[in-house]
Design a protein around this ligand. Structure first.
Ligand code: URP
Ligand code: ZN
Ligand code: ZN
Length: 475
């Protein structure tokens, strides 16, 4: 008879497909049974009244990454993954950034030095390709994809990262030949530069003008261009951190044409607005919310919800990209006070992604709890080659599980956060639904807000090819 290291008893097991009251039996770090009345395990967890869901997979986080032209990040792998676990996640996929003039392999080696032995949850790496030399595309990329780095991000903006159209096409083509998935940051470089210089000349330098400098048209134009390049090369792409209706329309149009365009949105695009950046004094809190694309407005939230409900978006991520607010490494560092242009782009959010989507989505009746699981876990695993190891609760999957109290009311506050940053953009935001226990490969990693997992418990995950991209190509 099967013996269990642990039985999670009497909870409501939720997957992307089903909701059933059942026990979950765990052995050797894997789920081995989902059934009624399982025999006793060596350890028993009473989950009555709780949801038992796959641990969150946040496929868009930045950890230990040199800032976008500014100061160091507030999270390395230890604090960033601690924060992830506290928020109900068991896997993150951060980026290994190639600096121009250096090799892709060097980037991967450097990021492994940061992560290995320090991470508390499991992790893979996307590549960020900023220097698509023939050697990078022809030799390094094939070897890295074979080693399990099966997705890469390219940028259509940022001085140190932007690729021109020819380079984008070369990257799409090379990645497509390998079956790797290309993630695209869609904002048009020249339009942003034009707007930035114009605003600065008019003395409009406060953080709020960051949002004015990159309106939705800038994102829409770049999204359309990326879609056209995808069509031309026949290579699937994932448009990341979509912020509003203009880009949603482009993606919907492309998918209706039968193109393999996938899309991600993030917490900030259903819960923050450009008004949060307001305040004309550089000391006010506006820079706390500076990220790209910027948060928009209430109409954009509705457009994002419509995209979520109609399948435009497969994944919901945090784009956790944490900087301090105060101090010489913070968003108010000396140069950042001279113009929004120098405020580091990015906000911390890995810990609140699941609670905010649950509260705004499931509790408010916009999505089902199964859609919540798909958007926060299952689809990330399928999109990025971690399925069927991660992303569901069924025999054979890693026992990465979050126990969720659907009734628990929490007011988000910096005092609750485990991240390295000195603030949360969601200070005072009320949510219903909160992770009360997180298990990583069958071991309790967090309980009642206390993180128990230790640095080094997280394992590197070499990844297979994207199941979603393959399925789409086949169809
Ligand atoms: O502002 C943001 N989103 N920073 C992170 C970098 C990126 O483009 O994802
Ligand atoms: Zn980006
Ligand atoms: Zn990002």
């Amino acid at each position: 008879m099967q013996t269990f290291d642990m039985v999670i008893r009497g909870g409501t097991v939720v997957t992307a497909a089903d909701t059933v009251v059942a026990d979950v039996g765990i052995a050797d770090g894997k789920v081995v049974a989902v059934a009624l009345d399982l025999p006793a395990g060596r350890e028993e967890i009473n989950a009555k009244g709780l949801l038992v869901m796959p641990g969150g997979i946040d496929s868009h986080v930045h950890l230990a990454q040199p800032a976008f032209g500014g100061p160091a990040m507030a999270d390395g792998f230890e604090t960033g993954t601690r924060s992830a676990i506290a928020g109900g996640n068991t896997t993150v996929i951060p980026f290994a950034l190639q600096s121009r003039g250096t090799s892709l392999r060097q980037a991967v080696t450097d990021y492994h030095k940061e992560a290995d032995g320090n991470a508390l949850c499991d992790y893979g790496f996307h590549l960020i390709l900023t220097d698509p030399t023939p050697a990078a595309l022809g030799q390094e990329l094939p070897a890295l994809v074979a080693d399990g780095y099966t997705s890469l991000k390219v940028f259509m903006t940022y001085d140190d990262m932007v690729l021109n159209d020819r380079e984008l096409l070369e990257v799409f083509d090379a990645a497509g030949a390998l079956g790797a998935l290309v993630m695209v940051h869609c904002e048009g470089y020249d339009a942003i530069r034009f707007m930035t210089e114009k605003l600065e000349k008019a003395g409009k330098i406060a953080p709020y003008y960051h949002a004015v400098s990159r309106p939705q048209s800038v994102e829409r134009e770049a999204a359309h261009r990326a879609i056209s390049h995808s069509e031309l090369t026949g290579v699937p792409i994932m448009i990341v951190h979509v912020s509003g209706g203009e880009a949603v329309e482009q993606i919907r149009w492309a998918r209706n044409k039968g193109l393999s365009i996938f899309a991600e949105t993030c917490t900030q695009y259903i819960s923050l607005t450009a008004d949060d950046l307001k305040g004309l004094n550089m000391d006010e809190s506006g820079s706390k919310y500076v990220c790209s694309p910027p948060p928009r407005d209430h109409a954009s939230w509705e457009a994002i919800w419509s995209g979520i409900k109609t399948g435009v978006f497969q994944t919901f991520s945090s784009d956790h990209c944490p900087f301090f607010f105060e101090g010489p490494l913070g968003k108010k560092h000396a140069k950042a006070r001279t113009s929004f242009r120098w405020v580091p782009n990015g906000i911390p959010g890995v810990e609140v992604r699941m609670p905010i989507l649950y509260s705004e989505g499931v509790v408010k009746g916009r999505i089902s709890v199964n859609e919540f699981v798909a958007l926060t876990s299952t689809n990330h695993a399928k999109m990025y080659g971690l399925y069927p190891k991660k992303g569901s609760i069924a025999p054979g999957f890693d026992a990465d599980i979050v126990l969720w109290d659907p009734e628990k009311k929490v007011t988000i506050s910096q005092t609750l956060m485990h991240h390295g940053a000195d603030y949360t953009p969601w200070e005072g935001f009320d949510v219903t639904g909160w992770p009360v226990m997180t298990l990583l490969r069958g071991k309790i990693a967090a309980r009642d807000g206390e993180v128990i997992a230790q640095p080094g418990q997280g394992q590197f995950l070499p990844r297979a090819m994207s199941y979603f991209a393959k399925a789409q190509i086949a169809s």
